[in-house]
Design a protein around this ligand. Structure first.
Ligand SMILES: Nc1ncnc2c1ncn2[C@@H]1O[C@H](COP(=O)(O)OP(=O)(O)OP(=O)(O)O)[C@@H](O)[C@H]1O
Length: 585
């Protein structure tokens, strides 16, 4: 069945979009309503939504550049892989595809199609007006909840247009809607948006939520929630590995699933769909638990880095002697990185990073000033591990004439949204951020990312890289206008344990590998001689650092005084993490 559907999809949408049957016709609304409610029709509704969505994207492109012929919009590979299964079966799926490859629509269209079918079933069987949450998307950050909900809303609009034609002669309304539920804003308002739909029509909701806030709502309003969520038939775990690896979020998700199980009408099946660009080994047990008996695992352009620990290598793990090996043995399944991204990695000492950031940004900006158009088209995100460092660097960059905005988890939600909006619009072309924007966030004009602090997990590196070049990736944007998507990373020796896997990853993308990274990986080999070497290299390090400190000229930090800057920079780097919750309630 799914194979037939796939062929039909490829034929209908890949080569001739006009061949998709028109499911909803005004002339024969009643017959159509009955037909759509039949068992095999989710696919037909899905096809209609697919055609509408792709057409909408195409016409948006034409409006933006009316003189050029717009690029043909075709379904992406992950969409072709997931749509048939999600539209024709009730089984769990896992989808792993590279960043920016259109995973959101891969689950959003089937979710909306299923909602429409449920609505029509109810309307056809005279079950009376009602509101239900039919689909739920769980995401790790507030900004992602807002973004995903917006993308689903666009699909809903297409469905609602057709529904309004079908129901135009009837007084009752039939609507499919999308709602974002996330922390940091008034919970009462969110509750009234969720529960206040009333029973004046047939409403089907898809909720995109951060787990903490959703759990609060479910627990505080259990009675109302029980009715509203009793018909849920699809739960999507977007950025599933991130949620699975965050203990707080993981237990919140488990609690949500238990509650949903108890709310759901007996005999109702629920499809679980796990989505990400990365699937680390350590996240797999939880992912398997969330999506048991998976029918389809769609891994596109898959790469595996890291190795399983071999028995002969095994030291006594409990003694803690094998820390290096344990880290090395991390296995990470990931979709291949988008090929258009240039990865530039510098191995450097920690205290050199402020100077390096200033010079990298100045280089980028000089290049931008010389390019044809640089205004809002080439944005840059600089990633930090700690808010303290981020704030320190913001001041430093400001004094160098580089205006930047800051974004981190402890800002008020209104401020977070405002700053992200301004960055999107290009008002502030440089954004200094923590990992709040490392995953899922789609800002088409981001051309550069700089890992000021290298992420502590390789999968996070993959997601950070995925923020750049998304315009080019989705719609084939022009390099002269948008620049070459580039990720700069400052890699310090504290991350040596990750060097091997990182080298593997860089090689898998045919990226240049800094010889210093190779050297670091050799130094890190956890043998006795290596540990001696490590000790020796620490001493070398101190000497190097001293030399390097002398290298930083007064020109660079004249405004603060060299010693002062160095002291503060190293103080900031060494500080205890002033934890920025990149994941939200
Ligand atoms: N078939 C398509 N053709 C062109 N653009 C598309 C298509 N499908 C989706 N897009 C667009 O591609 C962009 C990126 O999609 P999306 O945000 O779903 O990526 P993703 O795979 O979820 O990335 P990430 O892993 O970073 O979250 C969006 O603007 C989306 O509208």
């Amino acid at each position: 069945m799914a194979d037939d559907a796939r062929i039909r999809l490829e034929v209908d949408c890949g080569t001739d979009a006009a061949a998709v049957p028109v499911v909803w016709s005004e002339s024969d609304a009643l017959v159509e309503k009955r037909r759509i409610a039949r068992d095999d029709s989710t696919m037909a509704v899905g096809l209609q939504l697919i055609r509408g969505t792709l057409e909408r994207m195409s016409s948006k492109q034409t409006k933006k550049s009316p003189r050029k012929s717009p690029p043909a919009i075709r379904p992406k590979p992950i969409q072709l892989a997931l749509w048939p299964s999600l539209l024709t079966s009730e089984q769990n799926v896992v989808g792993v595809a590279s960043t920016g490859s259109g995973k959101t629509l891969a689950y959003a269209i089937p979710a909306v199609a299923k909602c429409i079918r449920s609505l029509l079933l109810r309307a056809n069987t005279n079950q009376g007006p009602s509101s239900f949450v039919h689909g739920l998307v769980l995401v790790p950050t507030r900004e992602l909840a807002i973004q995903v909900s917006k993308e689903i809303r666009n699909v809903c609009k297409i469905g609602n247009k057709s529904l309004s034609k079908l129901f135009k002669d009837e007084e009752i309304s039939c609507l499919v809607e999308s709602l974002a539920v996330y922390g940091g804003v008034d919970i009462h308002e969110q509750k009234s948006s969720l529960f206040g739909k009333g029973d004046s029509g047939f409403n089907s909701l898809i909720v995109a939520a951060t787990p903490g806030r959703l759990l609060d709502i479910l627990e505080q309003s259990e009675g109302q929630a029980k009715d509203l969520f009793s018909q849920i038939h699809m739960v999507i775990f977007d950025e599933a590995d991130r949620t699975a690896l965050n203990p707080d979020m993981c237990s919140q998700v488990d609690d949500i699933l238990t509650l949903l199980d108890s709310f759901r009408d007996e005999g109702k099946n629920v499809v679980h769909c796990l989505i990400s660009a990365t699937l680390p080994e350590k996240a797999k047990p939880k992912c398997d638990e969330w999506a048991p008996s998976t029918r389809l695992v769609a891994k596109l352009g898959s790469v595996t880095v890291g190795q399983k620990p071999s028995k002969t290598e095994g030291d006594d793990e409990t003694s803690g002697k094998t820390e290096g090996k344990k880290k090395k043995s991390e296995i990470l399944d990931l979709a291949s990185m988008p090929p258009n991204i240039v990865q530039t990695l510098h191995v450097c000492a920690s205290h050199k990073k402020p100077k390096k950031l200033i010079s990298t940004l100045k280089r980028i900006y000089e290049r931008k000033a010389n390019s044809v158009r640089f205004s809002n088209n080439q944005l840059c995100i600089v990633f930090f591990a700690q808010v303290k460092t981020l704030k320190f660097m913001q001041k430093l960059l400001f004094r160098e004439g580089l205006r930047c905005a800051e974004l981190y988890g402890t800002l008020s939600q209104a401020e977070r949204e405002k700053r992200l909006l301004e960055f999107r619009a290009g008002k502030t072309p440089i954004l200094l951020a923590t990992d709040v924007v490392a995953r899922g966030i789609h800002i088409p004009n981001v051309t550069y990312a700089i890992n000021y602090d290298f992420p502590t997990a390789l999968e996070q590196y993959v997601h950070r890289c995925g923020r750049v070049g998304r315009k080019q990736q989705s719609l084939g944007g022009d390099e002269s206008k948008y620049g070459i998507p580039t990720v700069y990373s400052f890699f310090t020796r504290d991350f040596a344990a990750m060097a091997d896997s990182l080298i593997e990853l860089l090689r898998s993308c045919n990226a240049f590998v800094d010889p210093n990274l190779l050297a670091l990986s050799k130094i890190h080999k956890p043998s006795k001689s290596a540990s001696k070497k490590r000790k020796r290299s620490k001493a070398d390090d101190k000497r190097d650092d001293k030399d390097a400190a002398n290298e930083i000229g007064d020109d660079d930090f004249a405004f603060l005084g060299r010693q002062n800057v160095l002291k503060r920079a190293s103080h900031v780097s060494d500080a205890e993490p002033d934890s920025d919750a990149s994941d939200d309630d």
